[in-house]
Design a binder for this molecule. Structure first.
Ligand code: CLF
Ligand code: SF4
Length: 513
């Protein structure tokens, strides 16, 4: 096959040599990073999917999937191929001129692909990005509304790239009709968007569904959709397929109902539950947007997640990505891989690079686990009166390390630490401060707003001016832990925080006596 070359400067994630042999080419490693011993397991700082809390066969399925494992999202990339433009229902949070809000933020999909184009695109991404581990179909409509394109695409991809996992996202209406085909194609991961298990609530979420050759509306539509979703979920689980349930959190409609949804889908065997905030900008022209229904604040989202925390494996690292997303979850390289850039010729695949990268990740995970375990001990045993929780934001390009310059960060990963350990709790987005080599004041103010309530930020580097401005706003930027693992840095700042609290206490006691 002839190679079609994409200009190197368009892609930031290229790794052109064995990773372990060439860490300086690895975007996630510091120049002096070391590998660890080869091992399979890894600890987790989040509620979603670590080796220690899963049977080995399940861990094997999720360990390289950036959505099904919080750990994996530090290392592995997914891409979506937008081969499914049609939809069989109308959600009030969606305008199909835009992306599917189930699985993406509402930016237009750059292009819709034929199955052949999708395969060429996968080849181009795989050749440039050994981190690629999953190809998903998540719209821009519903992946099963026009199932022929979806299955033809999966069939071709699985033949050409047998080591890349297949992933599918659906509203569930057509799902019961396709479970066998999904299983036969070895699609190991399916997402079903379930926003309600009560048609009385569903009738406020869905305008109509198209089922059995006709349109249904109101409570009847919601009832049919609910029954089909649950039947599809149950049959997928029976077929041994891992199911993630996405629920859009819609304040005033299903916010208090999501605990029941959680309980129900867990009861049917869903592996993961992902609560996604409603995005409702009137400019997108959705029913909810035009009606002025707002999305939840970060605090409201966290509150609902915390309520579900006890009995559920929750996904908290979702980025609500586009139907043509490419890259690590926090990245958007979709514009580097438009069909115009990919060109007409299929790129020669290099599966050895993916294998080498995965081997390197196994070693790195072991190393990180050891670092995380000792970091988790920080404050252990102290009660919350002595060791109150601290929120810490981090700048990371991946690898679970503090390895990004503040000015380049488009998002900040958020951790909470207290006497019970360190937990990943989500991310906050903001446009990056450095634009064309210069810092922009309005961007800095937007970052400060995004980091509201977060007193500490860990970055690899920051300029004096933005650091001073952040300090004025109550955000202390720490760069002492550049290239350390996130848990190591978070534990260190928490230790310093506890020491400062103890010093204040000592002064108070001394004054009182
Ligand atoms: Fe894509 Fe979805 Fe598969 Fe992931 S996304 S089809 S499960 S490969 Fe992931 Fe994107 Fe969130 Fe979806 S971050 S929107 S959960
Ligand atoms: Fe839009 Fe997806 Fe709902 Fe269809 S299922 S209306 S594409 S959000």
């Amino acid at each position: 096959m002839t190679r079609h070359i994409i200009p190197l400067d368009t892609v930031t994630t290229r790794i052109s040599a064995p990773i372990s042999a060439n860490p300086t080419l690895n975007p996630v490693l510091p120049p002096n990073a070391r590998g660890g011993c080869a091992a399979k397991s890894c600890g987790s700082s989040s509620g979603s999917s670590g080796a220690s809390d899963l049977p080995p066969e399940v861990w094997d399925k999720v360990k390289n999937h950036p959505c099904y494992s919080e750990q994996a999202h530090h290392y592995f990339a997914r891409m979506h191929v937008a081969v499914a433009p049609a939809c069989n229902i109308q959600c009030n949070y969606c305008n199909r001129k835009y992306d599917c809000a189930n699985e993406s933020r509402p930016g237009v999909t750059s292009e819709r692909l034929t199955p052949e184009q999708a395969v060429r695109k996968v080849a181009a991404v795989a050749a440039r990005m050994p981190q690629l581990s999953v190809v998903g179909i998540a719209g821009p409509g519903d992946a099963l509304a026009d199932w022929r394109h979806t299955f033809e695409t999966f069939d071709q991809i699985s033949r050409q790239f047998p080591d890349i996992k297949l992933c599918l996202s659906t509203n569930g209406l057509a799902l019961p009709d396709h479970v066998e085909r999904i299983r036969d194609l070895k699609v190991d991961h399916v997402t079903v968007t379930i926003n309600m298990v009560d048609p009385a609530i569903g009738e406020d979420i869905y305008a109509w569904i198209f089922f059995d050759h006709r349109r249904h509306t109101g409570r009847e539509a919601a009832r049919i959709l609910h029954e089909r979703q649950i039947e599809g979920l149950r049959r997928l689980v029976e077929a041994g397929i891992l199911v993630k349930v996405n629920s859009v959190l819609i304040p005033g409609i299903n916010d208090t109902h999501l605990a029941t949804v959680n309980e129900t889908v867990r009861g049917y065997g869903a592996f993961l539950h992902n609560i996604m905030p409603l995005i409702s900008d009137p400019a997108h022209g959705t029913r909810f947007g035009l009606d002025g229904r707002r999305g939840p604040t970060p605090a409201e989202l966290k509150q609902v997640q915390d309520q579900l925390g006890g009995g559920a494996r929750l996904m908290k690292h979702c980025r609500q990505c586009r139907a043509d997303a490419v890259g690590l979850l926090g990245q958007d390289l979709s514009q580097d891989f438009t069909m115009e850039r990919v060109g007409e010729v299929t790129v020669e695949d290099r599966p050895d690079e993916r294998r080498q990268y995965r081997e390197w990740v196994e070693r790195e995970r072991q190393d990180r686990q050891q670092a995380a375990q000792s970091a988790q001990a920080v404050g252990r045993g102290l009660n919350t009166a002595v060791a109150p929780p601290l929120l810490v934001a981090t700048c990371s390009r991946g690898g679970g390390r503090i390895n990004q310059h503040f000015g380049h960060a488009r998002e900040f990963q958020l951790y909470e630490v207290d006497g019970s350990g360190i937990r990943f709790i989500g991310h906050r987005r903001a446009d990056h401060y450095c634009q064309g080599g210069y810092g922009e004041e309005d961007k800095l103010e937007a970052v400060i707003k995004a980091l509201e309530g977060v007193p500490v930020l860990l970055a690899a580097k920051i300029g004096v001016c933005p650091s001073d401005r952040l300090k004025e706003a109550g955000i202390n930027v720490v760069t002492d832990h550049a290239y350390d693992y996130i848990e190591t840095g978070v534990a260190a700042v928490y230790r310093a925080h506890l020491a400062a609290l103890a010093a204040v206490e000592d002064v108070a006691v001394a004054r009182a006596s």
